[in-house]
Design a protein around this ligand. Structure first.
Ligand SMILES: C[S@@+](CC[C@H](N)C(=O)[O-])C[C@H]1O[C@@H](n2cnc3c(N)ncnc32)[C@H](O)[C@@H]1O
Length: 240
């Protein structure tokens, strides 16, 4: 299936259009996803994933859900750190290329068949921008993570420093689409920098997590702020 080509100035998709566009995009770019990812992050993504898993700070053997696990990068890091990972993703193409021994579930993370309180923790890598409703995602995380469990959520960001911000803008808006066009799919890698606009500012994001039933919400800026990590603990009491 070929979806209509979107121009740079087109509004970003929302609702069911966004679910279809995201699923299609990741099905298309899945074969080269990890190669392009490592190039566009200049290898720094390995450190970001290590930090994401490290921040969970759960006992060895804890069950951890990797939300929107893609090809399983975070599942592999979870297993390396002694956790028991399960991945969920809506792209069949990404799951088909996953290199992990984790249990994998094909489905929408916003309405998964997973049991309430089944996990001690949850992580996600570069997925927050891609869901249609962050409040719904955080509510679902609060449902599947047991009280006292931990979440650690990684995504792109923009540096506050003006010089870094300008460099980051050039890299994500020009270099990344060019790399994507050569190695993978031009349209998908033009969408990537634009998708940053889906992410609310840090204070709002933290508020959404608290409203969903998380406490001790922290935000860590990584690599000068080109990436951000939200860490939180599932409250013992349900969200109001
Ligand atoms: C940028 S990739 C990240 C993959 C992986 N987490 C990583 O760190 O490399 C985003 C992933 O989110 C998945 N995704 C987007 N929306 C989703 C949803 N609502 N439920 C499950 N997976 C979703 C996509 O299929 C894609 O595999």
């Amino acid at each position: 299936m070929r979806l209509p080509v979107r121009r740079a100035a087109d509004p970003l998709p929302t609702g069911d259009d966004k679910v279809r566009a995201v699923r299609h995009m990741f099905d298309v770019i899945a074969p080269r996803y990890e190669t392009v990812n490592a190039l566009m992050a200049m290898g720094m993504d390995r450190g970001w994933r290590r930090a994401c898993v490290h921040q969970l700070d759960l006992p060895p053997g804890s069950r951890v859900l990797d939300v929107a696990c893609g090809t399983g990068d975070l599942c592999r890091q979870l297993a390396a750190d002694g956790y028991r990972p399960t991945g969920v993703d809506l792209s069949r193409g990404m799951l088909a290329r996953a290199r992990t021994s984790a249990a994998l579930v094909l489905g929408d993370a916003l309405s998964s068949p997973l049991r309430s309180g089944a996990f001690d923790g949850a992580v996600s890598g570069f997925a927050l921008r891609n869901v249609v409703d962050l409040s719904a995602l955080f509510a679902e995380l609060a449902r599947v993570v047991r009280p006292g469990g931990r979440v650690s959520l990684l995504d792109m960001s923009q540096p506050d420093n003006p010089v870094l911000r300008a460099g980051h803008h050039l890299w994500t808006n020009y270099a990344v689409p060019a790399i994507g066009a050569v190695l993978s799919d031009a349209e998908s890698y033009r969408y990537l920098p634009r998708s940053l606009a889906y992410l609310p500012p840090p204070a709002h994001m933290s508020e959404l997590l608290r409203a969903a039933g998380f406490r001790a919400v922290e935000r860590h800026a990584l690599s000068g702020g080109i990436t951000q990590l939200y860490v939180a603990t599932r409250s013992e009491t349900p969200a109001p």
